[in-house]
Structures are given as C-alpha cells and as structure tokens.
Design a protein around this ligand. Structure first.
Ligand code: DGL
Length: 226
C-alpha cells in the first residue's frame, strides 16, 4: 500500500522522514507545493483548490491514504475534502489531517497553558481551539500566535534565525510572568525547531512536535482501519 503526504512546501519532509522510520514497510509519495508556498496568507478557497489538486495528484499515483501534513491546509480544507470531495470522487480512499492528533496529545499531557505558533490562516481558522473545546476537561488554554515570518526562513534552512525569533516570543511571555507549560509547533516547517527549542528550555516547556506525534497516530489508524 502507498501513503501520500501533502504539504505546502518542504517542511513536511521532516514529518515524512519520521513516518517512514516508524512504518518502513509502506510505499510513499510526497507532494510539496513549492510553487505556491506559503499557504498561510492565502484565501480559504485558494487553499482548498491547491490542496485538492495535490490530493488528486497523490491519489492518481495510487496512494490509498493521504496525510495532509500542512496545518494550514488541514485547518481550512480537511472537513470539506472528507465530506464533499472524497465520497464523490474517490470513495474508497482516505484523507487524514494533523490537528486532532496534536490536540489529543495536548489534552493527555495535562498542560494548562500552551503557546502555539502557526500561520495566520491556521490561527484565524480557530480549528485548534475548536478541537480543544470538544475534549477539554482540564481547562487548557491555547494562546495562538501567527508567526508567518518563520516559514520562509525554514524553507531555506535558516533554523538558527527562525529559532531566535521563536525564542524571543517565548521569552517575552516568560519575562512577563506568563506561564508557558507547552508549545505547539503548529506548522510542518516548525518541526525543524524542535531540537533547538528543547536545548533552550529543557523540561521547562513541553514541545508538541508533529514529527513525533503523527507517525504513531498513522500506525494506530492503519492497524484499526486498513
Ligand atoms: N506547511 C504550512 C503549515 O503547516 C506552513 C507553511 C505555509 O504557510 O505554507 O501550516
């Protein structure tokens, strides 16, 4: 069986690498829309059409399951693709996103004050908060901060530059006396910051990195459904 992974650019390759490591016995196909990255500032309809085109490409290359690793595309298109597009066009295939697995991890961690870095679109979609609201029994609060400036830096491999900006945003909150127990790296590209931020904050802040969360979840999904 072949699994497809969709992202707006190259950031999703980090997630793909982690998925291949966890599930080496599957075939894989990656679609990074480097022609249109970044998605984070685009209109919802445009993100839907671009994501749909990527998903069709992956289905036409025989992927039975497509993971929308891009948070922006997951936030803006997943429900519509699953409800409208799949039943009409590819009723036997599956599409999964990345937001629910992260929220379930946050809820399980019992962190109450969680900062999230994501694109403008992911933040304004409110999808992380929506999914948290469905499961939040311990009154976790997520402060979502749009950090589109990190994407172009990470797309060209400038991890140090992006990490400095991320750390300044975290430190600002800590110096202000704000609590930051957890940090969601809510964009595929930001997974590249995981090691640097762990070096900087150690156990003080729990980093929710999709390269760590998603592979386990796909494994679990495949065992239960395919
Ligand atoms: N890959 C996108 C995400 O995970 C971020 C980059 C973009 O703006 O396209 O949200």
């Amino acid at each position: 069986m072949k699994i497809g992974l969709f992202d707006s650019g190259l950031g999703g390759l980090v997630v793909l690498k982690a998925v291949v490591k966890q599930l080496p016995d599957y075939d894989y196909e990656y679609y990074g829309d480097t022609k249109h990255v970044p998605y984070g500032g685009r209109a919802e309809e445009e993100i839907y059409e671009l994501t749909k085109a990527g998903v069709i490409h992956l289905f036409e290359r025989d992927c039975a399951l497509v993971i929308i690793a891009c948070n922006t595309a997951s936030a803006e298109t997943l429900r519509r693709l699953q409800d409208e597009f799949l039943p009409e066009e590819y009723p036997t295939r599956k599409i999964l996103g990345v937001i629910i697995p992260v929220i379930e991890e946050v809820v399980n961690s019992e962190c109450k004050r969680v900062l999230m870095f994501a694109t403008q679109r992911t933040v304004s979609s409110g999808k992380y908060h929506l999914e948290l609201g469905k499961r939040n029994e311990i009154d976790t609060k997520i402060e979502a901060v749009a950090t589109p400036e990190l994407v172009p830096l990470l797309e060209v491999g400038n991890i140090a530059g992006a990490s400095a900006i991320a750390q300044a945003l975290i430190d600002e909150r800590l110096l202000d006396g704000g609590e930051v127990e957890g940090l969601i790296l809510g964009c595929t590209h930001y997974t590249l910051l995981t090691d640097k931020l762990r070096e900087a904050y150690g156990d003080r802040i729990k980093i929710f990195s999709q390269a760590e969360i998603i592979p386990e979840r796909i494994d679990d999904y495949l065992m239960r459904h395919m």
